[in-house]
Every structure is written in C-alpha cells, then in structure tokens.
Design a protein around this ligand. Structure first.
Ligand SMILES: CC(C)(COP(=O)(O)OP(=O)(O)OC[C@H]1O[C@@H](n2cnc3c(N)ncnc32)[C@H](O)[C@@H]1OP(=O)(O)O)[C@@H](O)C(=O)NCCC(=O)NCCS
Length: 326
C-alpha cells in the first residue's frame, strides 16, 4: 500500500546558550525553581539578530541532504510557526527563496506548539493525493523575540530552534499512520500575543504595555495539556488497533518535564521509551518535535520499523498526535 514517509530530517539551534543562572540575573527566579518546575537547565536563543528563516533554512538543508533531495525537486514547503520573519509574506516563501525551490508551493501554518503535527498531516494528505511528490515541512520558532523578559512565568520556559523533515511517497508498513488534530478556540486567550494583529494593531501604547509579547495562563494550561495529550495519543493508537505497549519511542512536545512525566505515567510509557531533551533545549513550540526526532535518530533511539508516537499541545488551544512507523 502507498504511504507517506519521512525520508529526511534535520535541525538547527542557535549557538547562544542561556542558562538558568543567566535568568536569575534578569528576573526573580532560581535555577532550583526552573529545574524542578519545568525540567529546563539551559536553552538556546538567537544572539546574532538573525531571522527565523535563517535557522529554518539550516534545518531544511540538513533534511534535504539526508533525503538526498535537491531543493529544486520540492513541490511544497510548509513552515509551522507562530514567530514568522514578517507578518507578510509567509516565512515559507522566504525559505523557498533562500533554498532555491522555484516550483514549490510555500506557506505557513499557525497552530502553536501543535504546528508541526498539523503540517505533517498536510504533507501526508498532499503526498497521498498523488499531486505532490516531495514536501518539506519545518517547525521553527524564535520565541525569544516575543518574550517579555520581565515575566518570569514565560521567559524561563520558551526558547529558539528549528527542525525540518521531508515527506515523500513510500510503501507500507513504513509511513505516517493515524494522525489526529484538535482545537478549542474557546481557550484562545490562554496562550496569546494580544497586540500586533488586526484586533489590536501595534501602537505606542500596546508596545509600552508589553501587549506585543507572549502571555500564558501556565497553570490553567498545564492541567488541560496533560489530559489532552493523553487522550489524543490514545485516539491515534486505537485507530491503528495498537496500545501504549506497542510504542517503541514516545516523542512528546517538550513543554514541561512534569507534563511529559505525567502523560507517560498515565499511558504507561516509561522514561526508557520517552525522548526528552527539554533540559538542554527548552520549549521551542512548533520546533520541539522535529528537533527531538532528529536528536533521537542521531542518538540511535529510533530504528527502521519502530512505532513512534508524536504528541503536542499548544496555543489555540490545539492538540495533536501522530503515529509514525519509522
Ligand atoms: C508555566 C509553568 C512552568 C508554571 O509552573 P506552575 O507550577 O504552574 O507555577 P504557578 O503558575 O502555579 O506558580 C506557582 C508559584 O511560582 C511562582 N513562579 C512562577 N514562575 C516562577 C519562576 N520562573 N521562578 C520562581 N517562581 C515562579 C508563581 O508566582 C507562584 O507563586 P505564588 O504561589 O507565590 O503565587 C507551568 O504552569 C507550565 O509549564 N504550564 C504549561 C505550559 C504549556 O503546556 N503550554 C502549552 C505548550 S507551550
């Protein structure tokens, strides 16, 4: 049976490391609080004034190389992000120009931290339609550029980075299996940048009121995240008539180590089958799953034929999961 497979993968992180000790000098926090409440010790942030597309292109080039595909062969580029280079045009188009992929369609997807799985589903549908052969999807964020460095509830969590995969046609049993996408706009205000859009255009007042920066109701979001990630993971497993025991590797969105541990406990998937890099990488929103997948592959945690469960939760609110037979 014809399937859509992940044929290549790559990631890119900024070189600048921001440690918890560095944050202690910026806001009223401590290394101990951040480690025990989030699992993060350090994160990467752009220190060179570079745009999102710089890191997205670096990750994309690595993914293209590992799939042995030339940029000119790309039919579609989907960039999952909430921190684009500019509001207009889509960062996907800027990536297209930098890569040199003239025949590709290019656009962005904004689904918060679930964005990569949303893009993966678009890529799968595009490839299975038979109309697109090689699809590049990127999850990339420079959250540091929208960070309120006086808000200790957000600036200790979020970070920068990019990951990319190439989706092409393949044959079962390999492929992207069941994928489920969910949203609940009733909770749109839980994670938001209130100003800078048409609802509240940028003014001197919105900027001085820090309304152009990320706000998050962390505690309220925390509980919903655990339940939603568990539910959507069970949903995709059930669709393939599998159980958590069949999962070889769980690659969750790296939002908070306590969320990852709680979901793992509920699903009965232990640390030995869960990939975690939040300690070094922080929460990179839509970039988190492709960065984790790339690292898991390079560390030998995934091999051909493995059943890999991806699950995420984020602004929207959105939540999503996908099962991949690697
Ligand atoms: C943001 C988050 C780390 C906060 O952790 P928490 O345990 O929920 O913390 P709370 O917000 O309940 O705050 C507890 C206390 O710690 C304090 N606190 C918050 N951030 C702090 C920090 N960086 N350093 C020290 N103290 C901090 C609070 O002020 C509060 O103090 P109080 O009890 O005196 O009022 C956590 O809620 C979280 O990860 N939420 C989910 C985020 C998520 O999944 N988002 C979607 C995907 S990105």
């Amino acid at each position: 049976m014809k399937t859509a497979v992940i044929a290549g993968i790559g990631s890119a992180l900024p070189s600048k490391i921001l440690t918890n000790e560095d944050l202690e000098k910026i806001v009223d926090t401590s290394d101990e609080w951040i480690r025990t409440r989030t699992g993060i010790r350090e994160r990467r942030i752009d220190g060179d004034g570079l745009p999102l597309s710089h890191y997205a292109v670096e990750a994309s080039r690595r993914a293209l190389e590992s799939a042995s595909i030339d940029p000119a062969e790309l039919d579609m580029i989907v960039c999952a992000t909430v921190t684009p280079d500019r509001l207009i045009p889509a960062t996907g188009c800027i990536i297209q120009r930098k890569l040199g992929a003239p025949k590709s369609a290019a656009f962005d997807v904004a689904a918060g931290c679930s964005g990569f799985i949303y893009a993966l589903q678009i890529a799968k549908m595009a490839v299975l339609s038979g109309e697109y052969r090689n699809v590049l999807i990127i999850g990339a964020e420079l959250l540091s550029k929208y960070m309120d460095w006086t808000d200790r509830t957000t600036c200790v969590i979020f970070a920068d980075g990019a990951g990319a995969v190439i989706v092409t046609a393949g044959e079962s049993p390999r492929g992207i299996l069941a994928t489920a996408l969910h949203s609940d706009g009733e909770m749109a205000d839980f994670i938001t940048i209130p100003a800078g859009g048409t609802e509240r255009p940028t003014t001197i007042e919105t900027v001085s009121g820090r309304e152009n920066l990320i706000k998050m109701k962390g505690n309220e979001t925390f509980k919903i995240a655990i339940r939603s990630i568990e539910d959507v993971s069970r949903e995709v497993l059930a669709r393939e008539r599998l159980t958590p025991a069949d999962v070889d590797l769980f690659v969750p969105h790296q939002a908070n180590l306590r969320i990852i541990d709680a979901v793992g406990q509920r699903l009965g998937i232990g640390a030995e089958r869960t990939f975690v890099n939040i300690e070094r990488v922080g929460n990179t929103s839509a970039a988190s799953i492709p960065i984790a997948l790339d690292e898991a592959l390079r560390e030998g945690r995934m091999k051909k034929g493995d059943t890999v469960l991806l699950a995420a939760f984020g602004a929207g609110l959105t939540w999503a999961a996908s099962l991949v037979r690697w």
